[in-house]
Design a protein around this ligand. Structure first.
Ligand code: IPE
Ligand code: IPE
Ligand code: MG
Length: 260
């Protein structure tokens, strides 16, 4: 059970801080363009926001933070922007791993890593390994990730198990599917934030967000700070999660999760 947010009255059943927050970090390009800077300057500024948001998650007792850094569709951007993003990803990994380790953060990269340059793949592996023993916040960075890709690779793995005789089609359940998805074993996102003003999912965590509370803000990612993050948490805290039940039932059972 999560802690309560400072300054929030613990009244209704759903006053808890979310266990898992997922964020679409959008608006870097527009932030830069509004300042007459190249889009890349926005991505660079966005890395600083990531650092602040990670620290805030630790302060708030959030267990899992999943950030959408690069979608499977972002390859469609100009070659130059894609390659600068790869360089930035590489640099951020090099620079941040020590700090993550010091803060007891476990880093995981979600997505199809095979499309990345070899150097980057090696770096990702090393960063994951270096923080593997951390027991605090789990930081998941989704890179070359797509919700449809995630479900497709899960389907492929299940088909292979059926082919190998380890599974029959009848024994495929929501649980067996979930177990093959990118972050099996971790709780589903409770709070799903998108910065930058757009109100769409852009192929992020499609399966896992089935019951996430959605929060959209016009704040551009480089400007998303602790205050803005707290506003999202306060909004989350004011909502009653019903998971299909009636409002009265939800209040009585104090449902915290789908299974709970
Ligand atoms: C999000 O910011 C970062 C990535 C997709 C890599 P954008 O680059 O999409 O910023 P806008 O939406 O163009 O402002
Ligand atoms: C979604 O942002 C992906 C990331 C933030 C990494 P986009 O900016 O790529 O999304 P669309 O294209 O506007 O839907
Ligand atoms: Mg965008």
């Amino acid at each position: 059970m999560g802690a309560t947010v400072k300054g929030i009255e613990a009244g209704e059943s759903s006053h808890r801080v979310p266990r898992h927050v997922a964020i679409i970090m959008d608006g870097n390009g527009r932030w830069a363009q509004r300042r007459g800077l190249p889009r890349f300057a926005g991505h660079k500024a966005g890395v600083d926001t990531v650092r602040k948001v990670v620290e805030h998650c630790i302060q708030r007792g959030i267990e899992v933070l999943t950030l959408f850094a690069f979608s499977s569709e972002n390859w469609r951007r100009p070659k130059k922007e894609v390659s600068l993003l790869m360089d930035l990803f590489m640099m951020a990994l090099n620079r941040e791993v020590k700090r993550l380790k010091r803060n007891n953060v476990r880093l995981r990269i979600l997505g199809d890593k095979t499309a990345f340059p070899d150097k980057l793949q090696t770096r990702i592996e090393a960063a994951e390994k270096a923080t593997a023993e951390s027991t605090g916040l789990v930081l998941q960075v989704a890179a070359n990730y797509g919700g449809r890709w995630d479900m497709t690779q899960a389907a492929r793995r299940l088909a292979m198990k059926v082919q190998a005789g380890q599974l029959t089609p009848e024994t495929i359940t929501e649980e067996t599917i979930a177990a093959e998805l990118s972050f099996a074993g971790l709780p589903d996102p409770d709070l799903f934030i998108r910065t930058g003003g757009e109100q769409r999912l852009s192929n992020f965590l499609l399966w896992q967000s089935a019951y996430a509370e959605l929060y959209f803000t016009d704040t551009l990612w480089p400007e998303f700070g602790k205050k803005a993050f707290d506003q999202a948490i306060v909004s989350f805290a004011s909502r009653q999660r019903r998971f299909g039940q009636t409002s009265e039932q939800a209040r009585a059972s104090d449902v915290g999760t789908l299974s709970g």
